[in-house]
Design a protein around this ligand. Structure first.
Ligand code: FES
Ligand code: FE2
Length: 430
């Protein structure tokens, strides 16, 4: 039987896609190879933060597939990026991050300055003559938005800001310039990078995978917008999930669940402690209590949120930066997830979890980022993340079955279809 969505929800979301998504896109080595050749080689991608390379001589290695890019803070303070490949016999020149006054390959000590110019070749007289320019490091496009540093391996790529489209303006009121990374971790997951992105690009799974939070987050009646190559959804907080919570939830139980969910991301539960002392009048929603409490709390902490409307203050304004970055974006900070494809096996990816907090306006200098930690595969990344990270490998296993029918998507999942459409545009060269 055909089901028609009620008009309000229809207006909130693009229509459900008719076509199925082929599971081989998640499992086939050939498809992964095409993605490396035609997508990762040509798209802007988040490489690091400016806080990873604050001082002249700082470098940071970003690896995606077989590419290694070294991002360098030059002596004049500008950002540079190069293919991290030695002009002698191809060794990677730098590994990880650090500070240096020159880029020197450890194999035979060929050396470049921070501007990528060849500075020294030991025993140069033993080579056939060649021009320094022909052995310069190969530059990679690098640009910055807020604290995010992006690279693009395609020298002919358009400007980063054109690529980001409406996102910078939509995110401007959140003051990313006033946010710092307080937690930085990564782990390997048995799931294709797109299966991970999909799991964050819809909230429809939450009633099954995150049942603790359905009393105070509306996972069904949410708005979706497609924004160029990117997309977003607005997940309403402070109200129950309209479809799966039939009765008014017990207030204190709801508070316990809310505290548990915040703590699962290492977040402060002070708001919940305040809310616990309140009660709901008949007909009142939790968000009616949250708005004044959050505005008051932020003002007390010297954080100006007057540019945020009530929805931006309370709800999760959730963005997908094509291809592989998701942010759960809140008034107090954001949780960033970056999904990196595995170079050997499409059934694996790595997820980076970077969590940010907005700092008081009175604080002049942002605190330094937390050092990065790697969590062994299968070990805990926080209770809510564990729910997603436990689910995706089982989906990945299911998609490998010859009987896997293809993903059938609702309007709640339309961002997934959009991501695949954009990937296809890259793969076909349109
Ligand atoms: S491979 Fe780098 S100096 Fe020889
Ligand atoms: Fe989830």
């Amino acid at each position: 039987m055909a089901v028609t969505e009620e008009p309000r929800a229809q207006a909130k979301r693009p229509p459900a896609p008719a076509k199925l998504i082929d599971p081989k896109r998640y499992t086939s080595p050939e498809f992964a190879r095409l993605e490396f050749e035609r997508l990762w080689s040509r798209t802007w991608q988040l490489a690091c933060l400016d806080a990873d390379v604050p001082n002249p001589g700082d470098f940071y290695e970003y690896v995606v597939g077989d590419w290694s890019i070294v991002i360098v803070r030059a002596l004049d303070g500008t950002l540079k990026a190069y293919h991290n490949v030695c002009g002698h016999r191809g060794r990677r020149i730098k590994t990880g991050c650090g500070n240096t006054n020159q880029l020197q390959c450890p194999y035979h000590l060929w050396t470049w300055d921070l501007d990528g110019r060849l500075a020294d070749v030991p025993e140069r007289q033993t080579y056939c003559e060649f021009a320094d320019e022909d052995a310069a490091l190969q530059p990679v496009l690098v640009d910055q938005w807020q604290h995010w540093v992006f690279v693009n391996m395609d020298p002919g790529a358009g400007p980063l800001m054109d690529f980001l489209g409406e996102l910078p303006e939509m995110l401007a009121p959140y003051r990313f310039d006033r946010q710092y990374k307080w937690s930085s971790r990564s782990t390997r997951v048995r799931g294709n990078w797109k299966a991970m992105a999909d799991a964050f690009n819809e909230a429809y799974h939450a009633r099954a995978i995150h049942p603790e939070s359905i009393t105070f987050i509306n996972y069904t009646d949410y708005e979706v917008r497609l924004l160029g190559d990117h997309s977003m959804m607005i997940i309403p907080f402070g109200m129950p999930d309209t479809e799966s919570v039939p009765t008014v939830p017990d207030y204190q139980e709801m508070m316990e669940a809310m505290a548990w969910s915040f703590a699962a991301f290492g977040e402060d539960t002070a708001l919940v402690d305040f809310l616990k002392m309140c009660h709901l009048e008949p007909g009142q929603q939790l968000r009616d209590l949250m708005v004044p409490l959050m505005r008051g709390g932020m003002a007390q902490s010297n954080i100006d949120v007057t540019e945020l409307d009530d929805s931006q203050l309370v709800d999760d304004w959730h963005f997908h930066f094509f291809p592989n970055v998701i942010i759960n974006n809140f008034s107090f900070g954001y949780w960033l997830f970056r999904f990196l494809p595995d170079v050997e096996d499409p059934n694996y990816s790595t997820v980076d979890m970077w969590y940010f907090h907005r700092v008081p306006d009175t604080l002049e200098t942002l605190p330094p980022s937390e050092p990065h930690g790697v969590i062994p595969e299968g070990e805990t990344c926080g209770a809510v993340m564990d729910q997603d990270l436990g689910n995706v490998p089982v989906q990945q296993a299911g998609m490998r079955s010859p009987a896997a029918p293809g993903a059938r998507l609702s309007s709640l999942e339309v961002r997934i279809a959009h991501m695949h459409d954009v990937i296809d545009r890259y793969l076909t060269g349109d």
